[in-house]
Write a protein that binds this ligand. Structure first.
Ligand code: MUC
Ligand code: MG
Length: 369
């Protein structure tokens, strides 16, 4: 039934260095998966991560090796199973590898939705909106450059919410940087920060108090991935929203975080969740626990970005919007028709499957051979 499963590593420079506490990106390595069926369907998925092994526990190279060595032969051996049964079989035979699993599941859903001539969002329960709000991340590392970049985005009606990457400098220096940007952009512009787990609990108490007093709206992943106790205490102590990102690794950790009240917002990432269907489960757990939702990114290219948009379009409450700006950080387009960003939103395609068309010649020029 599945004729070929190809994994491509596609290197694209970023429009400027993207500085985070965990890595500085100058190039993004997109991990694209292309699945072809015996009866002529082609589905795409993406398993892109950040900074090699700097962010997650799968690297572009390990994802490609594991798909080529383990996932592809297993998939080719399966016959007569639907998507849910195929995903269940992969889970039974392969541990971990959430990013690789997400890419495969995306391609399988793309194929199934094309067969049924419906968008992927309809396979996930149905979309509740045709576009999602998209913020921009300021991460040049320079306060004045960040302010100029933000003003350009507001003027172009591309983004009016900004997330700032902090955590690599002293707490006081980071706070000064954030509050200077907040002051320059004014009270109507929402400013959030992502610490990428760089702070101890004591540093977090100090930093969060100053940022809350300065009018910042949200603190993302202040402390270490496993330090759920600190996340719980910070969520209880402050009025400002505390968001779990790296600590949220799919339905099981969503359940644990919700049970401990260790976050007031979840950053749902489909790859971190292990797939689109699992991303929807995380959304449901949040909904039942009264936790607000935000659509996260692993700075994927257009395939992972639009797959995530299909998931987020089904969320009843997307209170904090999304950060699905990944393709805008890249210097090259790999779609025949680029994704539509306008009026501070990303539009969801109406066509069957993911609703995008890849430019395979372009991809062939950019991929590692
Ligand atoms: C993260 O931790 O949120 C998402 C946007 C961005 O700039 O970095 C990523 C990872
Ligand atoms: Mg984050």
């Amino acid at each position: 039934m599945y004729k070929s499963i190809e994994t491509l590593l596609v290197e694209i420079p970023t429009i400027r260095p993207h500085k985070m506490a965990v890595a500085t990106m100058q190039t993004q390595t997109l991990v694209l998966v292309k699945i072809s069926t015996e009866d002529g369907f082609v589905g795409w998925g993406e398993a892109t991560t950040i900074g090699g092994l700097g962010y997650g526990d799968e690297s572009p190279e390990s994802i490609k090796t594991n798909i080529d060595t383990y996932f592809a032969p297993l998939l080719k051996s399966l016959t007569g199973l639907n998507v849910a049964q195929t995903v269940q079989t992969l889970k039974k035979h392969i541990n971990g590898n959430r990013f690789a699993k997400c890419a495969i599941q995306t391609a399988l859903l793309d194929i199934q939705a094309q067969r049924l001539n419906i968008p992927v969002s309809e396979l996930l329960g149905g979309r509740l909106r045709d576009s999602v709000p998209v913020l921009w991340v300021l991460a040049s590392g320079d306060t004045d450059k960040d302010i100029a970049e933000a003003k350009k985005m507001i003027e172009a009606k591309r983004h009016n919410i900004f997330k700032l990457k902090i955590g690599s400098r002293a707490v006081e220096a980071d706070v000064e940087h954030v509050l200077a940007i907040k002051k320059a952009l004014g009270k109507d512009i929402s400013i959030r920060v992502d610490v990428n787990r760089a702070w101890s609990e004591l540093q977090a108490v100090k930093g969060i108090q100053l940022l809350q007093d300065g009018g910042v709206d949200l603190i993302e992943q202040p402390c270490a991935i496993d330090n759920i106790d600190a996340m719980q205490r910070l969520t209880r102590k402050f009025d400002i929203a505390i968001m779990a990102d790296e600590s949220l690794m799919g339905p099981q950790s969503a359940y644990q975080l919700a049970k401990c009240n260790a976050a007031s917002v979840f950053a749902v990432k489909v790859a971190q969740s292990g797939g689109l269907m699992e991303g929807c489960v995380v959304g449901k757990i949040a909904q039942l626990a009264g936790i607000d939702l935000y659509g996260g990114t692993m700075l994927e290219g257009p395939v992972g970005t639009i797959a995530s948009a299909h998931v987020f379009s089904t969320f009843e409450n997307l209170a904090y919007g999304t950060e699905l700006f990944g393709p805008l950080l890249l210097t090259e387009q790999i779609l025949k028709t680029p994704l539509q960003y306008q009026n501070f939103q990303l539009a969801l395609p109406k066509g069957a499957g993911l609703g995008i068309e890849l430019d395979e010649d372009k991809i062939d020029n950019l991929r590692r051979h």
